[in-house]
Ligand binder design. Structure first.
Ligand SMILES: [Zn+2]
Length: 166
């Protein structure tokens, strides 16, 4: 489900997003209209939340392949049908669109699965985790996102200091 996000300070509509789609990176953003800082609900700090194991599952991509297959099947079926309401010179449009979307979905899913299989996706996440750890070393950043409501565990503030002592 799509949710509209408005700046908590000035109320300007900033973006719409899907609850389930997670992005990883800096959670602190600045509103272009009023200049106040806000938490971007799309983003997550990997140093706080950990690398999510469900990012390495094949099942969403298998579903994409099935959907892609259905789209291709539908597209091929439409090639032999005359579509009412579409002019003669546009008859190719729907079958080509369906078949093309289906092929794109399957190729996209296979590329994603390959990047999991080869470990490239995990390497990417580990790099993002290191970047997140760097951000969390910045006490100002941690204080600000915590004030804005991001749940940073108490032991996180001096976690890296303690690491340094080892
Ligand atoms: Zn604002």
């Amino acid at each position: 489900m799509s949710v509209e996000f408005k700046c908590p300070s000035c109320g300007k509509k900033l973006f719409t997003y899907e609850y389930r789609v997670k992005k990883y990176g800096e959670v602190l953003k600045t509103c272009k209209k009023c200049g106040e800082e806000y938490l971007d609900p799309r983003y997550h700090e990997l140093a706080v939340e950990g690398i999510p194991e469900d990012e390495f599952r094949y099942s969403p991509y298998l579903i994409m392949i099935v959907i892609g297959g259905l789209l291709i099947w539908r597209g091929i079926h439409l090639f032999s049908r005359y579509q009412l309401g579409l002019p003669r010179e546009m008859q190719w449009l729907l079958p080509v669109l369906f078949t093309g979307l289906g092929i794109a979905a399957i190729i996209g899913a296979l590329i994603s699965m390959l990047s999991i299989k080869t470990g490239r996706k995990r390497i990417k996440f580990e790099r993002m985790l290191e970047e997140s750890k760097e951000r969390m070393k910045d006490a100002g950043y941690v204080t600000t996102i915590r004030r804005l409501g991001y749940n940073v565990p108490d032991n996180m503030t001096n976690y890296y200091d303690r690491q340094g002592d080892l």
